[in-house]
Design a protein around this ligand. Sequence first.
Ligand SMILES: C[S@@+](CC[C@H](N)C(=O)[O-])C[C@H]1O[C@@H](n2cnc3c(N)ncnc32)[C@H](O)[C@@H]1O
Length: 392
Amino acid sequence: MAEPDTRSYTVAQDSSVYYGGGYWNDLPQVAAYIERRATGKPDTDWYTHLKDVTGGRTFRKALFLNCGNGWVERQLLEAGIVEEAVGTDISDELLDQARKAAAVAGLPARYYARDINTADLPEDGYDLVVNFAAAHHIAYLDKVLRRVCEVLPADGVFASVDYVGPHRNQYGYAQWQAAQELVEQLPEAFRSAPNYPHLPTMLAGDPTEAIHSELILDTVRRYFRLEELNPIGGALAYPVLSFNSAVHGTPGPERDAVVEQVLAADEAWTTEDPDRTLFAFFWGHPMKAVLDEQDTLAAWAREEEAREQAAAAAEGRYYPLTVLQQLTQELETLRMHNSHLLADLHRTTDEKAALLDRRVALRPVLVRTLDERAHLAMRLLRGLRRLLGRRR
Ligand SMILES: C[S@@+](CC[C@H](N)C(=O)[O-])C[C@H]1O[C@@H](n2cnc3c(N)ncnc32)[C@H](O)[C@@H]1O
């Protein structure tokens, strides 16, 4: 008999959730904004920048955590930043795509199916580990980052481009309010108020999404000395531009002006308080000495296990609901109730119409039946009268 699943996390059943369109960075201006804010230079991607700031270093062998369909390592291999790549992911389907694409391009990449939370990292001898949009899907962040610290040599590099904002995109009130106000300032045709992420829907679609994103930076700092940490932003632009069909569906100068307006507001918001950033680029070297601090390591492991066990007992929920989430769920309940009431109303209206139709159809029969009864009654009466007349 299969063991019951006691994990605090489950993974997405449908791996296509990772490559849907309509996100903010599908817009070319946003892609350029992300590059500039990640690297501090225009038109420079994060890996070219990494090479520059590590003294033109080429990495011999790189590990790509939660590599998905492998496009990131293909870019680094093709750019000559990395000589050899190893990717791990839990999705066989995505790994298949990665293997095929690397083979077609003739690139030296190997792939392993791994649950990052439980399995060992494959192979060894890495001088670079890349976290590209991976850590925000990891439940056991401390365990995984500790392994990365172990597997890298002291001069090895851990490089990251990731979402480090609130867990499961449960934004705070001030940020959400600022995003709504920004929408109000846009030309009417592009005004599409974002929906606050509905937690039960997120848990049903991809329970790993942003599972502990707000713990990433603190946990990384336990094991790595960061040489660079650049807040990319996104607190306003990500919710306002992602899935905004008017923006994505209407290319042209007016749309471009709107995107610029949103990005300028996003940059001002992030500059005012860089901790508000949703996305960050950072890189650093492992602090190997921490691996000797047995008591500290044991305490971190206990803390993580307790958190995950508590979540396992609470259907994967970790944190209290934000006020906005409570309101969102109440609104959703009312919406469902409303749609049931509407369905009831439509059914009753249909039944009434059907009954009226039946009454119309039955009327001739009814009239005929009444006529026949009256006729019969008259005959009976006449017969009775005749009988009574004879008696008299
Ligand atoms: C947002 S995608 C990023 C993929 C890739 N790094 C990229 O940028 O295209 C997150 C990835 O994490 C993987 N993932 C989620 N949970 C995982 C787990 N427990 N172990 C390994 N991979 C996991 C998913 O299959 C998915 O490929």
